[in-house]
Ligand binder design. Sequence first.
Ligand code: ZN
Length: 135
Amino acid sequence: MRDRFQKFMTGRYGADELSKLLSGVAVGCLVIAMFAGALPPLWIFYWVGLGLIIYSWYRMFSRNTAKRYGENQKFLNWRYRMAVRRDASKKRFAQRGEYRFYKCPGCKQRVRVPRGRGRICITCPKCRREFIRKS
Ligand SMILES: [Zn+2]
């Protein structure tokens, strides 16, 4: 039985981080659907959960490993960017007493300035554009 499964999986993609997330969300949806019971608008969770399970199985048994690998890489990059963004916003929150944060109108770079200096001219460290803000 195990042998046959291994043979079946040869050349197929298998599980990755993306499929773990998909199955996790799917289980969450199905649990919500279970508790939703008689509330018709929440049946959507059942179909979404079912769809996600089918999609994650499709990915696991897929033979197009290059494409699946690419999808997973995209997902990992996205997750990494989210983590970086979350850390940065935590840091800004911790410094909000002493600093103000502005986005450069030219390049969207976030700029940190000390509070309590009145109206100041800020020079963007990235594109050197100058703009005036209250500090
Ligand atoms: Zn700039």
